[in-house]
Design a protein around this ligand. Structure first.
Ligand SMILES: [Zn+2]
Length: 227
């Protein structure tokens, strides 16, 4: 994933380089046609924002270097998008578009649809925060490979997915999240950045936080031994 972000930033830089050169050419000869570079910049910005909202929770937001790099990339891309829009003669998105009567309602509608699609995806995928507690309850180390799990462990994992989710549901969700009325849930996660470094109530060993594949993993060094 770090490679992916590096690649993404490289693409942005490449577009920016071409963009700066192209800019002079455009001013000398104000040719008509579509501003493809502007379009590409807006597309990159859109992809970056979509990635942020889809994987933000999985990466534990700004605790992860991936999300921090991505945020920087978004700010840089946005700057170049706006700069290009303001300086060239026929930008892909005209500045007056932002004052267009239907623009903001339309953007709101797109955001709503996107949010709906994103929330729908978290159910089959299981967010990172939920997964930590499932593995803790099943006493499985987060770095364990699926194929090295015994039949008994697989059964325990299946059982814990159901019972952990049921417990979270019964208590109104995790305490780190809020509902539509701003009320936080009653489920206090066993493993989170708040419990990292504290003593495990089950075995009195230490709860640890580690960076893994660009995200954060939490586990108890005592009752979730690595296999
Ligand atoms: Zn423990």
């Amino acid at each position: 994933m770090n490679l992916f972000i590096a690649g993404l930033m490289l693409v942005v830089l490449l577009i920016q380089t071409i963009c700066v050169k192209h800019f002079r050419f455009m001013r000398k000869f104000p040719l008509f046609g579509i501003d493809w570079l502007g379009a590409a910049l807006w597309a990159v910005l859109w992809i970056e924002i979509a990635f942020l909202f889809n994987y933000g929770d999985w990466y534990d937001w700004w605790n992860s270097p991936v999300i921090r790099q991505l945020s920087a990339a978004i700010i840089i891309t946005l700057f170049f998008c706006v700069w290009r829009m303001m300086t060239i003669r026929h930008p892909f998105l005209e500045p007056k578009m932002w004052t267009y009567r239907y623009f903001w309602p339309l953007l709101g509608l797109i955001t709503l649809v996107e949010a709906f699609l994103a929330t729908e995806q978290t159910i089959p995928g299981l967010g990172n925060g939920v997964l930590q507690d499932i593995l803790y309850n099943a006493r499985i180390h987060p770095k364990t490979r699926i194929h090295s799990l015994s039949a008994g462990q697989k059964e325990e994992l299946y059982h814990q997915i159901k019972s952990t989710l049921q417990e979270m549901y019964n208590l109104g969700g995790r305490s780190t999240e809020t509902d539509l009325f701003g009320k936080s849930g009653g489920y206090i996660p066993h493993l989170s950045k708040n419990t990292a470094g504290t003593i495990c109530p089950r075995c009195e060993d230490m709860i640890k936080k580690e960076n893994y594949l660009g995200g954060s993993i939490y586990y108890c060094s005592g009752c979730q031994p690595i296999q």
